[in-house]
Design a protein around this ligand. Sequence first.
Ligand code: MN
Length: 201
Amino acid sequence: MAYELPDLPYAYDALEPHIDAETMRFHHDKHHATYVSRANEALEGTQWADTPVEEVLKSLDSLPEGIRTVVRNNAGGHYNHALFWTSMSPNGGGAPTGDLAAAIDSAFGSFDELKGAIRARGLGQFGSGWSWLVLDGGKLAVESSPNQDNPISQGKVPLLGVDVWEHAYYLKYQNLRPAYIEAWFNVVDWDVVAQRFAAAA
Ligand code: MN
């Protein structure tokens, strides 16, 4: 079955003032929608057309060469944004608790150190991309990726990602990527991240 654009799990303005409604509207209705339609166009009529997006992204090397890049970019864009919307909540922010908090303290020293690592990877990503909290061989790590690449294609489990493409922040923050990332921490849904961690750890 072709991929479908998922609805946002909250209103366009629900993440105000941290993420503005106009950005959410363009980002979801235009950018994410385009990734979905381009991925579907590329996969239509191939043996991969009914394969879940996670499996496609784990199998990029097996895709026909003629569609590999367009699928990497657009199926990646679909997966990344679906994960992104569900990683945020109007009730987000604060700090993780429970097993995830303990694992973060063990891996990074503290939650503030983790935030610093996510921020640094997001700011250090030249051009468009993402900064990720992942499970790599069962261990928490922070890394960045260019474009719409996802750690899943390297056998890792993405737990949380911040979109640092300019389209994610330019309307409100213009060139101020650091201000956007700081604001984004106020809407991260750590309960969802903890659920992903529990499912994958
Ligand atoms: Mn985006």
